[in-house]
Design a protein around this ligand. Structure first.
Ligand code: LMR
Length: 401
C-alpha cells in the first residue's frame, strides 16, 4: 500500500563526530570539555570570528549587491585566490593555465564532486583510503558509487606512521584506482607523511597510473600555510594529473558558510577547459551553483595584500595555540602520572589517543570529556581553563585499566 512507503525504513545511527557534538551541547555538567568536532575554539572556549573575516564581511555587505546566482564553477576571484594559497604565489600564475578550479560546498562538497568525477567520468571503480581515515570519506565515496578499501597508514601499536605497509599496498593497486591522501594534518591521527615519503608516493602514482586525490582541509594548521602546501606543490611540479579537495572552513573559521574548492591539475590548457566544463555540468545537476557569501568573503581577504597578511597572522595564532595546548596537555599528564606525550609530535587539530571505545565512553560518562569513539580528540577544544582537568580525566581512565 502506498501509505506503507516509509514503514519499513530503519533509522540510521548518529554521525560519530557530529552526533557526539550534539550530545555535548545537551550535557548540563559545568565541567564538560568538547574534544569532538574539528572546529577551532579560542582559549576562552568559543569559536572566533576572525577580525580579517569580519572586516571582509563588512566590505562585502557595504557593496549592497543583490543575492544573484554565481557561476556554476564559483566566483573567479575565490578560485584564483585559493589556488594561489594552495600552490603558492610562485607557481600559481603558470598553474592557472592548466588547473581547473571549482568553488564547492566546503571541503566535503569538493570530495563529493571529486568522487562523482572519478566514478562517472574517469571510470574509477575503487578508491583506497588510509587506515584509519575521517569516517565521512568512506560514506561520501560509497554514496558516489565507489568501492572503498584501505591502505595501512597508522601503526596502532607504536603510534607512528606505517609507511612500509602503505608503500607496499599502493604498489599493488590496479591502474585507475583513486588514492585518497591527507595532504597535511591527518584526520584522525595527526600523523603526516614526511617529505621523502611524498616523493615515493608520487613515483608509485606515476608508475601505476593511479588517480591521486589530496584532501587538504587544514592548510595552515600543521606547520604553516606554505609548508602545509608541500604535497600539492610537489604533485604540480612533477606534472602529475591530480585532484585536490580543499576547504576554507577551518583556516578562515567560516565553517557554516561552506566554502571549499576542487582543483584538478591537468597537463594543458585544453585539458583544463575540458575538465572545467565537465565539473560545471556535474555541479549543475547536483546543486546548480555554490553559495556566494563565503566565497566573496574569502576572495575579499585574498585580494587585498594587507588584509591577507593580517589573516596569515591569525592562522599562525590558531596553530600556535594548538601547539601550546598539546604541550600543556602532555605536561599535565606527567603531573597526573601518565605519559600523554604522543600529542606533542602530532599535527593539526587532532590527536589519536589509542583509547578504546570503552575508555572514550568512560571519559564521557564519568568526566564529561567528549572525544570521538575511535579515540580521536580535537586539541583545539583544550584551553588554559580545562587542560588540567582533561588530562586528569585521561589519567584516571588509564589508571583504572
Ligand atoms: C571533523 O573531522 O571533525 C571535521 O572535519 C568536521 C566534520 O564535518 O566531521
Amino acid at each position: 500500500m502506498q501509505n506503507e512507503l516509509f514503514s519499513q525504513l530503519q533509522p540510521r545511527p548518529d554521525d560519530p563526530i557530529l552526533g557526539l557534538n550534539e550530545l555535548f551541547q545537551k550535557d548540563e555538567r559545568p565541567e564538560k570539555v568538547n574534544l569532538t568536532v574539528g572546529a577551532y575554539l579560542t582559549d576562552a572556549g568559543v569559536m572566533p570570528l576572525l577580525p580579517t573575516v569580519e572586516e571582509a564581511t563588512k566590505r562585502v555587505l557595504a557593496r549592497r549587491e543583490p543575492h544573484a546566482y554565481i557561476p556554476m564553477s564559483g566566483l573567479p576571484a575565490y578560485n584564483e585566490g585559493v589556488r594561489r594559497l594552495l600552490f603558492g604565489a610562485e607557481r600559481a600564475p603558470a598553474l592557472s593555465d592548466r588547473t581547473a578550479t571549482v568553488q564547492t560546498i566546503g571541503g566535503t562538497g569538493a570530495l563529493y564532486l571529486a568522487a562523482l568525477f572519478a566514478k562517472n567520468v574517469l571510470g574509477v571503480k575503487l578508491v583506497v583510503v588510509s587506515d584509519p581515515t575521517w569516517g565521512n570519506h568512506i560514506a561520501i565515496f560509497k554514496l558516489a558509487g565507489l568501492e572503498v578499501a584501505t591502505y595501512p597508514y597508522y601503526n596502532r601499536t607504536l603510534g607512528g606512521l606505517r609507511f612500509d605497509g602503505m608503500r607496499s599496498a599502493l604498489s599493488t593497486l590496479p591502474a585507475n584506482t583513486m588514492v585518497l591522501i591527507h595532504a597535511c594534518c591527518h584526520n584522525p591521527t595527526g600523523v603526516d607523511l614526511p617529505k621523502e615519503a611524498w616523493s615515493e608516493v608520487v613515483k608509485i602514482v606515476k608508475e601505476r597510473n593511479l588517480v591521486p586525490l589530496l584532501d587538504i582541509a587544514y592548510q595552515g594548521l600543521g606547520d604553516g600555510l606554505d609548508e602545509d602546501g608541500y604535497a600539492p606543490r610537489l604533485f604540480a611540479d612533477e606534472g602529475v594529473a591530480t585532484l585536490v579537495a580543499a576547504s576554507s572552513s577551518k583556516n578562515f573559521a567560516l565553517y557554516g558558510q561552506r566554502a571549499g574548492a576542487l582543483h584538478v591539475l591537468t597537463r594543458s590548457n585544453e585539458e583544463k577547459r575540458t575538465v572545467e566544463s565537465i565539473l560545471k555540468s556535474l555541479v549543475r545537476s547536483s546543486y546548480s551553483n555554490p553559495p556566494k557569501f563565503a566565497g566573496s568573503v574569502v576572495a575579499e581577504v585574498l585580494a587585498d595584500p594587507e588584509l591577507e597578511a593580517r589573516w596569515r597572522n591569525e592562522v599562525d595564532e590558531m596553530r600556535e595555540r594548538m601547539v601550546l595546548m598539546r604541550r600543556l596537555f602532555a605536561e599535565a599528564g606527567e603531573r597526573h602520572g601518565v605519559d600523554l606525550s604522543f600529542v606533542v609530535g602530532q599535527k593539526g587539530m587532532f590527536s589519536f589517543t589509542g583509547f578504546t571505545k570503552e575508555m572514550m565512553a568512560e571519559l564521557r560518562e564519568k568526566y564529561a570529556v567528549y572525544g570521538v569513539v575511535n579515540g580521536r580528540i580535537c586539541v583545539a577544544g583544550l584551553n588554559h581553563g580545562n587542560v588540567e582537568y582533561a588530562a586528569e580525566a585521561f589519567a584516571k581512565v588509564l589508571a583504572a585499566r
